[in-house]
Design a protein around this ligand. Structure first.
Ligand SMILES: Cc1cc2nc3c(=O)[nH]c(=O)nc-3n(C[C@H](O)[C@H](O)[C@H](O)COP(=O)(O)O)c2cc1C
Length: 191
């Protein structure tokens, strides 16, 4: 079983990446294959709207998105985390969402459980909006949005590493991971 974790921050070691690690703990404990796709180390260009993919089911742009096209198909569960940028997800993550357009007919994430994590520097900084953007991606891709302890994981932290002083939020990220793992296992055993 394989979990795919996508981090939307361009900042290496940022709060988003730390929260992803907390969400991945339960998967590592169960010896799942873990694939991290960190947009601090990967480059995904924006969709250029050529729509050639609607005929070919393939994107004409060659970059790190190639790996994600493979992993969307092979994974059994997905975790997506983003910093809040202007009350939205980061542009780096939005490019990933738009480039999923090439898979709009095959929809390889169909029926797979997904968890969402967002972190913004301000209280009421747009975390809820960013969560909704990720949930809407899940719905567009045919994936299932799985709740954490309450909803998605919504965090207030600004400087890199600030979230480490918030064990309750790291715990919430872990609970989200546990829930996604639980649904993925249930869905697999049903096949
Ligand atoms: C371009 C930019 C836009 C931002 N916009 C928001 C925002 O709208 N709301 C908010 O709460 N924080 C905002 N922030 C703060 C980041 O969300 C915050 O620093 C977060 O911890 C970054 O996550 P990271 O450590 O994973 O990079 C913004 C930061 C940047 C660089």
């Amino acid at each position: 079983m394989e979990v795919l974790a996508i981090s939307g921050t361009p900042r290496p070691g940022g709060n988003t990446e730390l929260l992803i690690e907390a969400a991945l703990e339960p998967f590592k404990e169960k010896s799942w294959e873990v694939t991290r796709f960190l947009l601090s180390t990967r480059t995904v260009a924006p969709c250029d709207g050529c729509d050639i993919c609607l005929q070919t089911d393939e994107c004409v742009i060659r970059d790190d998105m190639d790996l994600l096209y493979e992993k969307f198909a092979s994974c059994d569960a997905i975790i997506i985390a983003s910093p809040v940028y202007y009350r939205n997800v980061s542009a780096q993550l939005k490019a990933v969402f738009d480039r999923h357009h090439a898979l709009v007919r095959s929809k390889p994430l169909t029926g797979k459980p997904g968890g969402a994590i967002v972190v913004g520097g301000g209280t009421n900084g747009g975390q809820s909006l960013a969560l909704m953007i990720i949930y809407n991606f899940f719905l567009s891709a045919g994936a299932l949005a799985v709740p954490g302890a309450r909803n998605g994981v919504s965090v207030v932290a600004d400087k890199p590493g600030d979230v480490l002083a918030q064990p309750d939020r790291l715990k919430q990220a872990r609970i989200l991971g546990e829930n996604v793992l639980k649904y993925a296992t249930l869905l697999r055993s049903d096949q």
